[in-house]
Design a protein around this ligand. Structure first.
Ligand SMILES: [Zn+2]
Length: 474
């Protein structure tokens, strides 16, 4: 499937003609190569600062150059030569915009997007779903995987997500979809996979050998610890070290799977990872529902990353993540949130996941809005070793989400305490983004996706889904 065969790609990238009269863009010069952008006077900028504390700054302009944030200064306090820019984004107009870092989704299975509606979530639990999922995925073609991932990434983008940690069996499909949608992706390929039984550690190593040649950032995944042998776990440890890459696994998602691990290795999940020398800052554990207090203490001590997925855990009846104990042992600063796939979540959005986190744990421990905001931005950036990503500061990657201030998501808020915007955003802010910048390029402008024609993409997804259903009957 070649890129030019996609019928759903947008035909032009004309900022000014889209939604005429309501655009916030002025193209200073006609060029396809926009390198210098001025975001002129954002009403509010919400970000963690250098030390990780959450800030809300009023009336700031942001200069973006060659994909990075170059400067941030107070609106109107500095003489600006507009001619020096390729593009001006008028952030102060019509009651102004709120700018946040693009969110980071720390756990996703993008191609499964094609399976929306395939699972009867009113019956069964995660263990039964996993069996059914693999049957569907076994009938999917390479184009299906790519198309599903494009559906997933573009929905994430509409919800302000600019980086995705993908855990999947087909590296190439994720690579292709990421390149096409311009999504930043850490691409963890399964060495041992339910949906891709032919995958192997040798296959993963062939990818890692060329790791700098890809658009995505390669990483290693396995579905569960108990599916691997001791030998395979040791081989993974060697690959992590040799290629300096991250490893991720679904850890202790259900107690049954913990017991499978006990049966095979004689110990609970975290202790097995520790024994194998895998527990450290380069491992990311998704779910981590059924951990004992001793296991949580060890996770904290080793600096392993945790991805909390409350909606998935609820939908699949997997259990209740022990947030209060993670909090007690000061482990919440190595925690992020994720969407999981579309069969485990209402929409591929992190604000609703943050709200779900708050509601799920409120009887035992209130999860602070500022902690939730860190779990969507700077914490996953650190866990995924992304460098200068996840904050709005000079030198950081220009991944920015633009939200309208005069919107039901924010209004009313306490003007004397603008931090109240963060609580509003998480509690009421579930909704599409106005504009989105990834690597210094506007991917969504005036609520329209610049890379894919959404209407055509949905038609394509619908027909591919029905073709898949037909193949399932055979
Ligand atoms: Zn998952």
């Amino acid at each position: 499937m070649k890129n030019n065969s996609y019928k759903f790609l947008a035909e032009n990238n004309d900022y000014e003609s889209r939604r005429q009269g309501r655009t916030r863009y002025t193209l200073v010069r006609q060029t396809d190569n926009i390198k210098k952008i001025l975001i002129d006077g954002a009403a509010m900028v919400i970000t963690c600062d250098d030390r990780g504390s959450l800030k809300v700054w009023r009336d700031k302009s942001i200069v973006v150059e060659n994909g990075k944030i170059k400067d941030i200064f107070s609106f109107g306090k500095k003489k600006v030569d507009f001619e020096k820019f390729d593009l001006i984004y008028h952030a102060y107009e019509r009651d102004g915009m709120v700018v946040t870092p693009g969110f980071i989704n720390a756990h996703a299975h993008p191609p499964m997007y094609l399976l929306r509606s395939s699972m009867s979530l009113d019956r069964g639990n995660i263990e039964e779903q996993v069996v059914k999922m693999a049957e569907f995925e076994g009938k999917m073609t390479h184009s299906d995987y790519v198309l599903g991932a494009i559906g997933d990434f573009t929905e994430e983008q509409s919800n302000g997500i600019t980086t995705t940690f993908s855990h999947y069996g087909s590296f190439e499909a994720i690579e292709e979809a990421a390149k096409l949608t311009k999504q930043n992706v850490v691409n963890a390929v399964s060495a041992i996979s339910n949906s891709h039984p032919k995958n192997s550690i040798a296959m993963v190593e062939r990818i890692l050998k060329k790791k700098d040649k890809y658009y995505t950032k390669p990483a290693i995944a396995i579905h569960y610890v108990h599916r691997a042998s001791k030998k395979q776990l040791l081989q993974i440890k060697q690959l992590m070290k040799k290629y300096n890459v991250i490893f991720t696994v679904h850890a202790a998602e259900t107690e049954n799977w913990v017991q499978e691990c006990v049966k095979k290795f004689g110990n609970r999940t975290i202790f097995v990872l520790e024994e194998m020398g895998l527990l450290g800052p380069n491992i990311i554990l998704s779910h981590a529902v059924h951990l004992t207090e001793e296991e949580i203490k060890l996770v904290k001590k080793r600096g392993a990353g945790i991805v909390h997925l409350p909606t998935s855990n609820k939908i699949h009846k997997s259990g209740i993540f022990n947030y209060a104990t993670f909090y007690k042992h000061k482990a919440i600063n190595q925690m992020a949130l994720g969407t999981d796939s579309i069969i485990s979540k209402n929409s591929l959005d992190l604000l609703s996941e943050a709200l779900q986190t708050r509601i799920m744990h409120q009887d035992k421990k209130i999860v602070l809005y500022e902690d939730l905001f860190r779990m969507l931005t700077c914490q996953p950036a650190a866990m995924l070793k992304l460098g200068k990503v996840g904050k709005i500061l000079p030198g950081y990657r220009a991944d920015l989400s633009f939200w309208k201030l005069n919107d039901r998501s924010f209004i009313p808020y306490n003007e004397n305490k603008p931090l109240s915007l963060v609580g509003n955003m998480i509690t009421h802010g579930y909704g599409y983004i106005r504009d989105l910048m990834i690597n210094g390029e506007f991917i969504i402008s005036n609520r329209v996706h610049n890379v894919v024609d959404e209407k055509k993409l949905l038609h394509e997804l619908q027909s591919a889904h029905m073709r898949l259903r037909k193949r399932m009957k055979k």
